[in-house]
Design a protein around this ligand. Structure first.
Ligand SMILES: NC(=O)c1ccc[n+]([C@@H]2O[C@H](COP(=O)([O-])OP(=O)(O)OC[C@H]3O[C@@H](n4cnc5c(N)ncnc54)[C@H](OP(=O)(O)O)[C@@H]3O)[C@@H](O)[C@H]2O)c1
Length: 482
């Protein structure tokens, strides 16, 4: 058995695990033990990176023996059953007080279940969302760990050492207990879906409305990236739009099949939001837009359906582009506001103490949605930690007020031109819904009472009421059945 020389271990040495192991090894004071189910990957990593000083191990027992106590291991394997298998193998060789971290993309209810089961053995289990893909894992990801306070004492310094740095601060915080980290990572991905869809809609409107080429639109995005929209996603959009396909000489974006894939985190975000009763319409529309794009058989038969008769022609190109920019920013505010609402609702439901301002700060670097804009979210929560709706914070309310006329013009133009803009238009509807003095929900309550005696409240007195719809239509006081 090897001596206990490593302070941290990594299990699972595919692209994410090997990059994370290299990141850990490159930081002062870390010695990293490595293990992979098929030993060839361990040997390959060791051979390719002698500078890392890895401690290679060929069995879980050897892996455990190579770690100093409390043993700390980060699992980076396929989510689902493989993760359960690796957790069990580690539980078999670890001792109470040791720490198992799942850095994969687990669904947060699985993390809650795993944490509970592992805690019974006296071992700590931490579900940690890790964002930033391969490059982030190697150079500095944004890390969203859950788990116990006890495990954070050991884990905190290690994760701080490998996380991205944004404005001098490491992009990691102890998000909350058990599944809180994976919950926040899930919502991060949901927001990412919305942000990407909004950018795609902006591109589509500009292209079809002004006839500009992808390369010209790349310049517009590059320009936007110097203002309030500055973000990684806007930056890479310009790169993608500028790319020319070597084989055909056409813009690559015209050669790529227009069917967007998804790995499920957007759907989890929406399913969870539905269960929590939080309207995340921007994220939902973005998720559905990917689904719609990926049904070529339906799209082929529907292609013959009529659209508007008139050609879409923008009169003032520069004014239209500025309108789209403002509409994009306004819709983005809605998407983030909805995402933070979901985190707040999740925290209340699962009893997590989540600092929303701290979450916005750890997303400023390392992750896909990194952006300047997140500083404004941090400011909003610093000024009012219990802010009921992010979009009402002064900075955002001001941006919405500046952008709303343009936003409406863009949504009207899209509808008239027959260009789908589901995320733009649903975000505007959300904005109009949330700020409405009175909603037609009153009529819905009337309908529910009519067919199901579901009762209603009155605006002018306390109590719960039901109208005897199939009788003489008088009103009675009733039990609240909702
Ligand atoms: N790729 C990304 O950009 C990204 C970003 C964030 C998070 N993640 C998450 O990070 C995790 C790792 O991702 P990845 O792309 O590096 O690898 P992956 O393709 O998801 O998983 C491959 C790894 O899982 C191991 N594995 C599979 N089944 C196993 C089992 N039953 N027992 C033990 N080990 C098993 C493999 O070992 P063998 O070599 O023996 O097959 C290999 O090390 C995943 O949860 C992923 O969702 C990925």
């Amino acid at each position: 058995m090897p001596e206990a020389s490593a302070n941290i271990g990594v299990v699972g040495l595919a692209v994410m695990g090997s990059n994370l192991a290299r990141n850990l090894a490159s930081r002062e004071g870390n010695t990293v033990a490595i293990f992979n189910r098929s030993h060839a990957k361990t040997e390959a990593l060791l051979a390719e990176h002698p500078e890392a000083g890895f401690v290679p191990t060929a069995s879980y027992a050897e892996f455990a023996a190579s770690l100093q106590k409390p043993r700390t291991a980060i699992i980076m394997v396929k989510a689902g059953v493989p993760t359960d298998a690796v957790i069990q193998s580690l539980v078999d060789v670890f001792e109470p007080g040791d720490i198992i971290v799942d850095g994969g993309n687990a669904y947060f209810p699985d993390t809650i279940r795993r944490e509970k089961a592992v805690r019974e053995t006296g071992i700590n289990f931490v579900g940690a969302g890790i964002s930033g893909g391969e490059e982030g894992a190697l150079l500095g990801p944004s890390i969203m760990p859950g788990g116990s306070d006890e495990s954070w004492v050991t884990l905190g310094p290690i994760l701080r050492s490998i996380a991205a740095i944004a404005e001098g601060e490491p992009c990691v915080t102890h998000v909350g207990h058990d599944g809180a980290g994976h919950f926040v990572k899930m919502v991060h991905n949901g927001i990412e879906y919305a942000d990407m869809q909004l950018i795609a809609e902006a591109y589509d409107l500009i292209r079809r409305g002004t006839g500009k080429t992808p390369a010209e639109i790349a310049d517009i995005f590059a320009e936007w990236n110097r203002g309030e929209l500055e973000s990684y996603l806007i930056e890479i959009t310009a790169e993608v739009l500028r790319q020319i396909d070597a084989e055909t000489g056409q813009p690559l974006v015209d050669i790529i099949v227009d069917q967007a894939g998804a790995k499920g985190t957007g759907a989890w975000t929406v399913q969870t939001a539905l269960a929590l009763g939080v309207p995340v319409s921007g994220i939902a529309e973005a998720t559905f837009a990917r689904s719609l794009s990926s049904h070529p058989e339906q799209r082929a038969v529907a292609a013959g359906l009529p659209g508007p008769e008139d050609e879409f022609e923008v009169e003032d190109t520069d004014a239209f582009i500025e309108d789209v920019r403002l509409a994009l920013f306004a819709s983005k505010i809605v998407a983030y506001s909805q995402g933070f609402d979901e985190i707040r609702a999740g925290a209340a439901e699962y009893d997590w103490q989540i600092d929303l301002g701290a979450i916005s700060k750890i997303w400023r670097g390392g992750c896909i949605i990194r952006a300047q804009f997140l500083n404004r979210i941090a400011d909003a929560y610093a000024a009012e930690p219990e802010l009921p709706a992010l979009l009402t914070a002064p900075y955002f309310a001001d941006a919405l007020s500046r952008g709303q006329a343009a936003w409406r013009r863009v949504v009207i133009a899209a509808a008239q031109a027959g260009i789908p803009a589901p995320a733009f238009s649903s975000s505007l509807s959300y904005y109009d819904g949330i700020r409405a003095e009175r909603l037609p929900a009153a009529l819905v309550q009337g309908q529910r009472d009519f067919f199901g005696a579901h009762t209603y409240k009155r605006i002018d007195k306390e109590g719960t009421f039901h109208t005897l719809w199939s009788g003489d239509r008088t009103e009675i006081e009733a039990e609240d059945t909702h």
